[in-house]
Design a protein around this ligand. Structure first.
Ligand SMILES: NC(=O)c1ccc[n+]([C@@H]2O[C@H](COP(=O)([O-])OP(=O)(O)OC[C@H]3O[C@@H](n4cnc5c(N)ncnc54)[C@H](OP(=O)(O)O)[C@@H]3O)[C@@H](O)[C@H]2O)c1
Length: 228
């Protein structure tokens, strides 16, 4: 095994991943980032971009194989890929719900299954799953996003215990609000039921309390500052 640590970060073309990838490569790690479309992704010098769609078994297998055949080891997997789905639970269709879980939850499950053989073989490795504060306090009108992160919490806890005998470590990051492009890419229920729009004041009141009670920090990936 090489002394240079190897990290694979799912999606390194924007937001949390881009900053993490830059920081790790500055600190001497060999960093593989991913994008659904590496040809058009913003390039980060020293970060090698691979194609990956976490919803597709083949894509996940090819991505992990590319790392394994190139460097023969994987020290850290950071499961970042995810998106927000907004809408009242009554408005969201089953298809929308399944698609949300397909990325935020099963995407992680796929990645973990793909990397474990390599990590177990070396009896060494760390998996870091990016969750959210909304997995501790579910956010109304973001119920399915919260549910996908709740599922990730349970999965991560079980995984942490299962892989201990192989000297593998598992962590979960329950991130607060981060200033990333995520909100711009938020998906909204296709069907809108006007009655739910009238609940906006309740939602605003909830969010205000949520911010106060959790002492939410709005963060840039590289810096933190408190709301005035
Ligand atoms: N921003 C926040 O306030 C916040 C708070 C708590 C937790 N988080 C979590 O932090 C993680 C990173 O989010 P971010 O804030 O950095 O947002 P972001 O910039 O939107 O990054 C999310 C990335 O996931 C990728 N992605 C979506 N579906 C994918 C798929 N099927 N296969 C591969 N990649 C896919 C997106 O790629 P495309 O560009 O191709 O869509 C996008 O680059 C997420 O898991 C999110 O739930 C964010």
């Amino acid at each position: 095994m090489s002394n240079q640590k190897v990290v694979l970060i799912t999606e390194a073309s924007s937001g949390v991943r881009q900053s993490t990838a830059q920081l790790l490569s500055q600190r001497g790690y060999k960093v593989f980032g991913t994008s659904r479309n590496p040809a058009s992704a913003e390039t980060i010098p020293t970060v090698e971009m691979l194609a990956l769609d976490v919803r597709a078994d083949d894509s996940v297998a090819a991505c992990v194989k590319a790392v394994s055949s190139q460097v023969g080891q994987l020290d850290v997997l950071v499961n970042n890929a995810g998106y927000e789905l907004a809408g009242a639970l009554e408005e969201l269709s089953l298809d929308e719900a399944k698609t949300q879980f397909e990325t935020n939850f099963f995407g992680v499950v796929r990645m973990v299954k793909a990397v474990l053989p390599l990590m177990r073989q070396h009896k060494h490795g760390q998996i870091i799953n990016i969750s959210s504060l909304s997995s501790l306090t579910p956010i109304p009108f973001m119920g399915l996003y919260s549910a996908s992160k709740f599922a990730l919490e349970g999965y991560t806890e079980a995984l942490r215990l299962e892989v201990q005998p192989f000297n593998l470590k598992v962590s979960l990051i329950e991130a607060g609000f981060l200033k990333t492009p995520m909100m711009d890419k938020r998906q909204v229920a296709a069907e809108r039921i006007p009655r739910w729009l009238l609940c906006a004041p309740t939602f605003i009141k909830f969010m205000y309390r949520f911010w106060l009670e959790n002492e939410i920090w709005f963060t840039f990936p590289n810096e933190m500052y408190r709301l005035p």
